[in-house]
Design a protein around this ligand. Structure first.
Ligand code: KG4
Ligand code: ZN
Length: 346
């Protein structure tokens, strides 16, 4: 019955989790509010906030799990990818704990952990399964053969899906992170009102830069009346008014296009591999439109569909704990000279 203490600090969430024999007993997440005013994550501020948060978060995770630090069998931490300053805080903390407790250390790949978040619930996908991982920094289709054997079979060649949501939100004047707000406005909007192009990208790869550019051009000209037809761009006041009056339809139309790009490739991946246990993961899998369309597609193509519980979709340490648990069982430990890395191969 191994007890894993896991730490996640790859971006702007400081999180710690306790997992006993594959069951999550706690998952404490401190979300850094400091970035909101800057419209994006400021790396230096993120590192500082992790330093402030990490001890209270770990202490709270032990308390919630009713667990003594001395009973922990293994320390797992996010080694990569992410913001290097943020990762280093978690890595150094995990290594110090492992050293002082004389317990093994497990280094976890953040994107693999997003995939394995699907194995936390009672109803789990069977191996091999496919996972569409959609977050602020990544868009990937992963073929997961076992907890320790995964292959990226499709990924974005430019922006991530979350970035497409966040950048659209920024163009609409919404605060960061804009993804959840687009979701909120889209609920009451007409998704067929505006048409944004679907890119033609080979294989199982994705592209969102064309959609982003078409949204930018659309908004630059939004509300342009005949009065101003000689001007290149619509005047600011007209644009603002148009956005205000049409925000629900704009959000619904953009969201529908992002979803169709994602799900058409997922459908192709399932047909190519013959795999029907299919999962979503990552922050964007919290999107209500994506979840609904995913289940609808699953019903049509007879998939077994899985989405992690909401708290395991966005960045969290429980997914690091479950991955750490599998690596512990496989004896896949790291030495104390392991270090964090901003980018990482699979
Ligand atoms: O996985 P995550 O928490 O962090 C990364 O590893 O990047 O994903 C964050 C991303 C952000 O881009 C955020 O806007 C997006 O997930 N997101 C959403 C929703 N909730 C979070 N995007 C669309 N709809 C949502 N409901
Ligand atoms: Zn993430």
């Amino acid at each position: 019955m191994p007890i894993i203490l896991a730490i996640e600090s790859s971006c702007d969430e400081t999180s710690a989790s306790i997992c006993r024999d594959g069951n999550i007993l706690s998952n404490i997440i401190a979300t850094q509010k400091v970035h909101e005013q800057y419209g994006g994550v400021v790396p230096e501020l993120a590192s500082r906030a992790h330093i402030q948060n990490i001890i209270p978060v770990v202490t709270e995770s032990l308390k919630t799990a009713n667990c003594e630090l001395q009973t922990v069998d293994c320390i797992a931490f996010t080694q990569s990818p992410g913001l290097i300053g943020s990762l280093l805080v978690g890595a150094q903390f995990a290594k110090s704990l492992a050293l002082s407790l004389d317990k093994p250390l497990v280094a976890v790949h953040h994107m693999q952990a997003h995939v394995l978040a699907n194995r936390i619930a009672d109803k789990k996908p069977s191996f091999p399964f496919l996972c569409l991982t959609v977050s602020g920094g990544h868009t990937q289709i992963v073929l997961c053969e076992s907890p320790t054997a995964m292959k990226v079979i499709g990924e974005t060649i430019d922006d991530a899906a979350g970035e497409a949501f966040d950048k659209t939100a920024k163009l609409l004047g919404l605060p960061y992170p804009g993804g959840p707000l687009i979701d909120k406005y889209a609920v009451n909007g007409d998704a067929n009102r505006f048409n944004f192009p679907e890119p033609q990208i080979a294989d199982l790869n994705f592209s969102f830069s064309g959609v982003k550019t078409s949204i930018l051009y659309f908004l630059q000209n939004a509300g342009k009346s005949n009065l101003y037809k000689e001007e290149f761009l619509a005047p600011e006041a007209e644009r603002k008014k148009f956005i205000e009056e049409n925000i629900e339809d704009i959000c619904a139309s953009v969201q529908q296009r992002i979803i169709s790009i994602l799900l058409n490739k997922l459908k192709k991946a399932s047909i190519q591999t013959g795999i029907k246990d299919i999962c979503l993961a990552g922050g964007v899998s919290a999107n209500s439109g994506l979840r609904k369309a995913f289940y609808e597609m699953g019903e049509k193509y007879k998939w077994n569909c899985f989405i992690p519980a909401f708290e395991y979709c966005t960045d969290n340490a429980a997914m690091i704990a479950i991955t750490g648990y599998y690596k512990y069982l496989a004896g896949d430990f790291s030495s104390l000279d392991v270090t964090a890395s901003a980018r990482a191969e699979w």
